[in-house]
Design a protein around this ligand. Structure first.
Ligand SMILES: Cc1cc2nc3c(=O)[nH]c(=O)nc-3n(C[C@H](O)[C@H](O)[C@H](O)COP(=O)(O)OP(=O)(O)OC[C@H]3O[C@@H](n4cnc5c(N)ncnc54)[C@H](O)[C@@H]3O)c2cc1C
Length: 390
C-alpha cells in the first residue's frame, strides 16, 4: 500500500501518555493534523482503577470513561484502532503498521511497557494473568468466580494493591515474592513492614523471602509453589514488573537501555521521533507512574509546537492504594546519599524522612495511615532544597 499523505504528528499508543499529549497539543493548536495509531480499542479508561475496582464492585465496562469514537471526535484526531505499529523508516519518515503505512511529520512513541514474562517451571505459568490493560483486567474478572482462590506473584505496587483489592472483594489471596518484604524496591523497610502487617491482618497469606518457582495445572486450578510452600488456587496473577519491548524502537536503531533513551526534550536518538510515558527511561530507570507523564506531556507539546522545552521533573510522590494502610512515597534519587529516619510512628500513622548524609536536607519521605494528610507540608520541606518546577 502506498504511504498516505502526511498524517501530521503521529502518536503510537492510546494510553495516559498519548492522550495527555494530544490534549496538551490541542490546547496549543486547534488545527494541527494529529493521528493516533493504537493496538487496542482506543477506549479511554483510568489504568490505576484496575487495582481498586473489584472491592468497589465496579463492573469492567464502568471503567471506560469515554469510548474511542467520542474521544477522537472531542480531540479532533484521526484514530486508527486495532492497528499495530511494526517498524519505522526514519529517513523517509514512514511508520509501517499491520494495516499500511503512514507518513509523519513527527512521530511520538507512547507505547507503554509490557509485563515481564513469568519464569517458573510447570505447565501453568503461561495461564498467569498480568494486569496492565483494560483487556487484561477483563480477562481476570471473567476468570474470577465467586469463591475463586487467587495467587498473586510479585509484591510490588500492582501486586499489593490487587492482593488487597481481591481480598477485600471476598477472595482467598496468597501473595508471593522472592523479596523478604512487600514493595522492597519502592519503600524503606519500616514502611514495608506496616504494609505487610495490614495485608496479613486483612487475611492475605504472605509467602515472602522465597522465589515462587512453579505453577502447575491441577484438576481444579493450579498449584503455586515456592520451595516447600504450596498453595492451591483457581487464578494466578503475575505482577513481577515491566519491561520495554525492543521491536519498534529497534527497527529504527533507536537507543534503548532500561527504556527508550531520550534527551531532556524527550527526543529519541532518531530525528523527528520522540517518546513519552512508561516506555521512556528517566534517570536510568523506568518510572511507570502518571506524574512523570503529566510533566512530560506539557513539555513535549510545547516542543512539538515549535518551542523546544526541556522537561523538569519535580518531586513526584506515588500513592500506594492500599486502603488498609494508605501510603504516600516520595523517593530520593538513586544517587542521593543519605539515611532513612522515622520521625513519627504511632496510632495516627507513620512519617519517615530520607536525610542527606552531608546536610540533613530532606531528600525524600514516606507517609502512612492518617499522616498522608501531611503531603503538602512534606513537599514544602523537600522543596526548600529543590524548588518545584510547574
Ligand atoms: C493496576 C495498575 C495500577 C496503577 N496505579 C497507579 C497509581 O495509583 N498511580 C500512578 O501514578 N500510576 C499507576 N499506575 C501506572 C500508570 O497507570 C501508568 O504509568 C500509565 O497508565 C502508563 O501510560 P502509558 O500511556 O505510558 O502506557 P499504556 O497505558 O500502557 O499505553 C500504551 C499504549 O500503547 C499501545 N501500543 C503498544 N505497542 C503498540 C504498537 N506497537 N502499536 C500500536 N499501539 C501500541 C497500547 O495498546 C496502549 O494503548 C498503575 C498501573 C497499573 C497496571
Amino acid at each position: 500500500m502506498p504511504p498516505e499523505s502526511d498524517a501530521g504528528i503521529v502518536v503510537v499508543g492510546c494510553g495516559h501518555a498519548a492522550l495527555s499529549l494530544v490534549r496538551e497539543l490541542r490546547r496549543r493548536d486547534a488545527r494541527r493534523a494529529l493521528t493516533i495509531v493504537t493496538a487496542d480499542s482506543g477506549d479511554v479508561y483510568s489504568k490505576p482503577a484496575l487495582s481498586t475496582a473489584h472491592a468497589d464492585q465496579r463492573p469492567v465496562q464502568a471503567l471506560v470513561s469515554q469510548n474511542a469514537a467520542a474521544m477522537a471526535e472531542a480531540l479532533d484526531v484521526r484514530l486508527l484502532v486495532h492497528t499495530r505499529a511494526l517498524s519505522i523508516d526514519v529517513p523517509s519518515r514512514l511508520l509501517h503498521t499491520d494495516r499500511g503505512m503512514l507518513r509523519y511529520e513527527a512521530l511520538v512513541l507512547a507505547t507503554g511497557a509490557s509485563p515481564r514474562p513469568l519464569q517458573v517451571s510447570g505447565d501453568g505459568g503461561a495461564d498467569a494473568i498480568a494486569v496492565n490493560s483494560l483487556d487484561d483486567y477483563r480477562r481476570l474478572r471473567a476468570r474470577l468466580g465467586l469463591d475463586a482462590r487467587v495467587a498473586v506473584i510479585g509484591a510490588g505496587l500492582v501486586g499489593c494493591e490487587l492482593a488487597l483489592d481481591l481480598r477485600t472483594g471476598g477472595h482467598a489471596v496468597a501473595l508471593f515474592d522472592s523479596a523478604s518484604r512487600p514493595l522492597h524496591r519502592l519503600l524503606p523497610d519500616f514502611a514495608s513492614q506496616r504494609i505487610a502487617g495490614a495485608l496479613a491482618r486483612a487475611g492475605v497469606a504472605l509467602h515472602l523471602g522465597q522465589a515462587p518457582d512453579r505453577v502447575v495445572r491441577g484438576p481444579g486450578g493450579y498449584r503455586v509453589g515456592a520451595g516447600a510452600i504450596e498453595e492451591e488456587v483457581d487464578v494466578v496473577i503475575s505482577a513481577i514488573g515491566l519491561h520495554v519491548e525492543a521491536g519498534l524502537p529497534g527497527s529504527a536503531d533507536i537507543a534503548t537501555a532500561a527504556g527508550i533513551v531520550t534527551d531532556d526534550c524527550l527526543r529519541t536518538s532518531a530525528p523527528h521521533v520522540f517518546a513519552l510515558g512508561d516506555c521512556v527511561q528517566i534517570d536510568g530507570r523506568l518510572q511507570p507512574f502518571l506524574l512523570p507523564i503529566m510533566h512530560g506531556a506539557r513539555a513535549l507539546a510545547a516542543t512539538l509546537c515549535g518551542t523546544p522545552t526541556a522537561v523538569h521533573y519535580p518531586p513526584m510522590p506515588v500513592t500506594i492504594k492500599t486502603p488498609a494502610c494508605p501510603t504516600l512515597m516520595c523517593a530520593p534519587a538513586p544517587a542521593d546519599a543519605g539515611r532513612w529516619v522515622v520521625e513519627a510512628d504511632d496510632s495516627d500513622g507513620l512519617r519517615g524522612v530520607f536525610l542527606a548524609d552531608a546536610s540533613d536536607d530532606v531528600l525524600g519521605f514516606v507517609l502512612q495511615g492518617g499522616r498522608i494528610r501531611e503531603r503538602a507540608a512534606m513537599l514544602t520541606r523537600l522543596t526548600q532544597r529543590s524548588p518545584v518546577v510547574a
